[in-house]
Unconditional design. Structure first.
Length: 188
């Protein structure tokens, strides 16, 4: 098992541990839906303008788990006392010329657990998974007003490679879309 447990910190589980655990596996969709819907409802930039439905989250997680099983992704979930408090995943680019690259698609931490190192632990585990999978460049994007996430990514070695001004529209508001990359060929 590749469970990572920091001293008195979260347990970071991979997709195989999640899906094989008879207690956690069946509750994963419901727990993930609750976190994602609550965060989107509070204005988090997670790819939805309105909170996702349970079916949307089930479909997303099914797609990610299938990619993991094919060797084309990684899913990590953070638990405190067997309660899901965060999740994140990356997916390998599908074009043949981009196979050594992957995009960190989503990282979400329960608002009640912000500031506890969950995002850092999840991202570090996802980076380690990318290295093991032979990923050369891990990319991500974030909304420009998400200063906590942007700081976290920079602190883990990601560098900004572009911005699209006023790209993300949420009602009348407009936000920058900020692109970051981690070149794993240079960051041992």
């Amino acid at each position: 098992m590749s469970t990572t447990v920091a001293s008195s910190g979260p347990a970071i589980l991979d997709a195989m541990e999640l899906t094989s655990d008879p207690d956690l596996g069946p509750r994963l969709v419901e727990s993930a839906h609750q976190i994602l819907a609550d965060l989107v409802r509070a204005g988090a930039a997670l790819g939805w303008v309105e909170p996702p439905s349970r079916a949307d989250v089930a479909e997303l997680l099914g797609h990610v788990v299938s990619a993991v099983q094919a060797g084309d992704g990684s899913l990590r979930a953070a638990y405190l006392d067997r309660r899901l408090v965060g999740l994140g995943y990356w997916l390998r680019y599908t074009r043949p010329t981009h196979r050594p690259h992957a995009d960190l698609e989503k990282l979400a931490v329960d608002a009640a657990a912000h500031g506890c190192g969950i995002g850092r632990a999840l991202t570090a585990a996802l980076i380690a998974d990318a290295r093991r999978a032979g990923i050369e460049v891990l990319t991500l994007d974030a909304r420009g007003d998400n200063s906590s996430a942007l700081h976290l990514y920079r602190s883990l070695g990601f560098t900004e490679y572009g911005r699209l001004p006023d790209f993300v529209a949420v009602g009348e508001r407009r936000y920058e879309k900020v692109f970051h990359m981690l070149d794993l060929r240079r960051h041992g």
